[in-house]
Design a protein around this ligand. Sequence first.
Ligand SMILES: [Zn+2]
Length: 333
Amino acid sequence: MAETLSLPGFVNAHSHAFQRALRGRTEGDDFWGWRDAMLELAESLTVEQVRVGYEQVYREMLNAGYTAVGEFHYLGAAEAHAAVEAASEAGIELVLLLAAYGRGGIDRFRQGSPAEYLEQLEELRAAGVRVGLAPHSVRACTRDWLEELGRYAAAESLPLHVHACEQPREIEECLAEHGLRPIELLAETGCLGPHTTVVHATHADAHELDLLAEAGARICVCPTTEANLGDGFAPVQELCERGIGICVGSDSNVRIDPLEELRELEGIARRRAGRRNVVSVSSLLCFGADEGAAALGLEQWPDVEVDLEHRSLAGVEDVHAGLVFGSSADVFV
Ligand SMILES: [Zn+2]
């Protein structure tokens, strides 16, 4: 029996499992071009393909050290149940972050009204599924939708996840429509609070970061996907200076490796600061586990075992630092 070390399992706070199928494809000049390919794939999937495909992706996550996942789901109500079944088959803890999509995208993403959305959410809750609200973005949800969802999430103390400030164009459009930047609009519509997780926030400005800090909201950074899509650099140091909680997600699942997400997160911070050790190893491991669990409203989730005899850790003095800076997910048993 190999010698092992037990750690809190990594928590993948932001996943779109179906996008795993797009890894290794190179079409699309930018985020918006990639999005066209993603929409085409999303449109083509059947409920059965979701069930089978997600189970495979969730097994990969478990093998890579993630023991819980927040699935940010916008493929439809029947498909949400298929995702839940897939997670249960694979044996991963799942929180279904049901996306609200009022406009744009494709037909299967959209509900007719916030009431119809809340009906879908309540149906999942009644079936015993752990859920969170997920107004997709300020592109997909109008002010009315945001207000209604923000109210419901606060009243029910449920997690609320939302994409914001991933791309400059999204910010320009929000300014043109509302005279506010996306995170300012979320604050004004009651969508920012201690149960809120803003996904990306790559281009958030200082005022938006102050709003997040005041509200006690978190940010989910998805470094391997943000790199792949040319999103930009997360403002890691600015977040830490304000005491904003950070968690990580595999997002498009171009890579499934929590150590790589954490290493890249710190790598971004080091490149921008021009120095080493911007975030401590213990904080990085906390981002990878506890913060993700808190973002999903999970109090308990399974541990993970590290193979201390793995070649990546041979001769390493500080195992925790060796994990984050010198290992890949194959060190997990
Ligand atoms: Zn996403």
